[in-house]
Design a protein around this ligand. Sequence first.
Ligand SMILES: [Ca+2]
Ligand SMILES: [Ca+2]
Ligand SMILES: [Ca+2]
Length: 448
Amino acid sequence: MRTAKFATPVLLLSVVTASSIAMAPGSASASGAAAGNTYYVAPNGNDGAAGTQAAPWASIARAQAVAKAGDTVYFRGGTYAYTRANSTCSSQTARVDAITLDKSGSSGNPIRYSAQPGEKPVFDFSRMTDNCRIKGFNVTGSWIHLKGLEVKGVPQNNNRNAESWGIWVSGSNNVFEQINTHHMGTGLFVNGGGGNLVLNSDSHDNYDPRSSDGPGENADGFGSHYTPAGRAANVFRGCRAWWNADDGFDLISTYSPVTIENSWAWRNGYVPGTTTPSGNGAGFKSGGYGGDYEANAPKHTVRFSVAFLNKAAGFYANHHPVANDFFNNTGYGNNPNFNMRGVDSSGAAVGRGNLRNNIAYTGTPTSYMTGTNAAYNSWNLGVPLSDSQFRSVSTSGWDAPRQTDGSLPVLPHLRLAANSALIDKGTGVGLPFSGSAPDLGAFENDGR
Ligand SMILES: [Ca+2]
Ligand SMILES: [Ca+2]
Ligand SMILES: [Ca+2]
């Protein structure tokens, strides 16, 4: 993710001079909505400085005080270390933030907080000592775009709380792009917002050893929870979650729909970096309300995604009351690959899910299928499943560097071999495909 992708931003920077930055706020608006002001923050900056490239600020809080809709704040590479929250713990279970982003952009004119092209800003919260429940970033604002930031180390400083959070989102219509959250409680946690997009982001090695629910029970890679009914869908696209102690993706207790697509989840449910069992261990935990029936549950969608070697289910309905759509996913070596355990209005366990074009290979294929609407999946069709159907079945290297635009690396793993019997064996689900019909699994064959 270095030189090529940044050609355009570099050109942009070349026209942003110190004098243009020094103009009064709003002065750029005459040249169009897209030409907001540009500011800079650096680890060796000074909040008393001008916020220019030559004289950057030190903190995101200082930048937010000035930035307005349409503006961009670039963060220079290096570590932004936090040792205390921006408010005091009122109790051991109170919530405090290291960073609060409560200033909104507007539709078409977000406030952008972005890595300086080619550089890696790291927000390190590991030395915070606040004795309560900590959020690294608390994003209560809307129309904010975070890009290229690494977020790590939000600690649990007592055992009174379920988990800490890297990025907590209660605002709406935000974009989180090329974010890397790791080594803390849940990485990115949407709590109540709608219309948020998490794009091309990674969340891994999260663990909550001091969780009040037990070690590892709440450290998910990504979560979307508690959004009221009627909001725009929250979307996770091109994301990877691995070696999180609880689940890769978790959608429990939310009332507006979530779409997860083109995303990968593996080795969740273990103490990071080990095979020591820890929390629940689903790759994609797709809804549910703690086992309760909720009549207004939304339909979630998981498609073109891969789950492998998770401790528990790769794709899990998690007692969801309505049938979610699971289209063109690949489950490999999970326990089981697809667990469609839902709940009916009497509280009884029943299969819930609309499943098309999925592959379940090795491990236990499926469970709780009675009651689902499942067709054209590998287990329905009786197609031959063997390693030779795939270009590779390697479970290594999935954390390879992303492409220059932030999209997932193109690996041979679990892609169909050129002569695979799984090509064109699917059925149309209203989405693009090549050849005469959709293929089975997450990756439509590209002819190689
Ligand atoms: Ca759990
Ligand atoms: Ca979880
Ligand atoms: Ca095809």
